[in-house]
Ligand binder design. Sequence first.
Ligand SMILES: Cc1cc2nc3c(=O)[nH]c(=O)nc-3n(C[C@H](O)[C@H](O)[C@H](O)COP(=O)(O)OP(=O)(O)OC[C@H]3O[C@@H](n4cnc5c(N)ncnc54)[C@H](O)[C@@H]3O)c2cc1C
Length: 302
Amino acid sequence: MTDQPHSSPAGSPFDDLAVTVQLAEPLAKHTWLGVGGVAQYFCEPVSAESLSAVVSRCNEMGIKLRVIGGGSNVLVPSDGIEAMVVRLSAPPFCGVEVDGQSVRVGAGAKLVHLVSAAVQVGLSGLEDLVGIPGTVGGGLVGNAAAHGCNLGQRVHSVTVMLPDGSTEDRLRDDIAFASSWSSLDGAIVLSARFDLDEDDPERLTKRMQKQWIVERSEQPSGTRSVAMMFKDPVGTTAESLIAQAGCRDLCIGGASIYPSCANYVVTEVGCPSSDVQELVEKVRGIVREKLGVELAPRIRVW
Ligand SMILES: Cc1cc2nc3c(=O)[nH]c(=O)nc-3n(C[C@H](O)[C@H](O)[C@H](O)COP(=O)(O)OP(=O)(O)OC[C@H]3O[C@@H](n4cnc5c(N)ncnc54)[C@H](O)[C@@H]3O)c2cc1C
């Protein structure tokens, strides 16, 4: 599969590259919340070479570049963003390869695919993360975590693309992982290698299925138009603080708290992004005022 040159609409700074670039791409369709405006430029490169051409062109021309993964942790402003938004959805960015006790995976692969591929061949260490939506790239940047396990724990190395379009391998010791954060933030993550432990596939499958059920029971059901608002503070959960502060029934315009999972915001069709932002700030303010705790937002506002 190759991109055809000159397939972008005329007038784009990417016209001479062999990459299809969309102008004014609505980002609502690429995010879970389903709200927000357009990206000035948007592309899904089909190879590392085409990605490299786009990245270095953005660098040369001072065009901001952002990568979108599964869009489960991003809030796009209603008036859109002036940037090139890249989505690593093509097969070369989504592969999962097992080699002994190591798994190499593309950043665009879904986290759930990584976990299930590992479990299938009897490799343990990631199964607690099975219910987390999104991609491996998004998970690495925000150090996705559940039930005491985080993605960074099992990283051997990560391959990133630099602004000049070249690639670099970063070893585990050169990367910092903390709660809902990693030093990969701001880089373009291409792929990663995880080192895992051998275990019985049948036992692992049962454990993964159990975790899946637990995680799903803690998430809103029946809608995808949701996002997790806050990180859990040390020793407690954002959900319990929001409930204690009496915020379960709050709503602003088309954005409301999902009552049975109070750390999630849910949006109605046509909801402006500002409703989500205002609701997050309102909840934060009430929790601060009533309980003296400063909640840190998890969702990233672009
Ligand atoms: C229902 C629900 C349940 C959730 N449960 C959990 C949970 O249990 N634990 C948890 O930790 N999180 C949870 N989250 C939050 C979210 O799913 C995670 O943060 C997830 O890892 C985000 O991945 P993504 O691919 O969707 O990233 P996106 O939302 O697409 O992007 C998030 C950030 O990562 C950057 N990014 C994405 N891919 C790349 C890349 N390849 N290179 C560089 N930067 C990149 C983006 O630019 C953006 O800044 C939940 C969210 C929802 C909606």
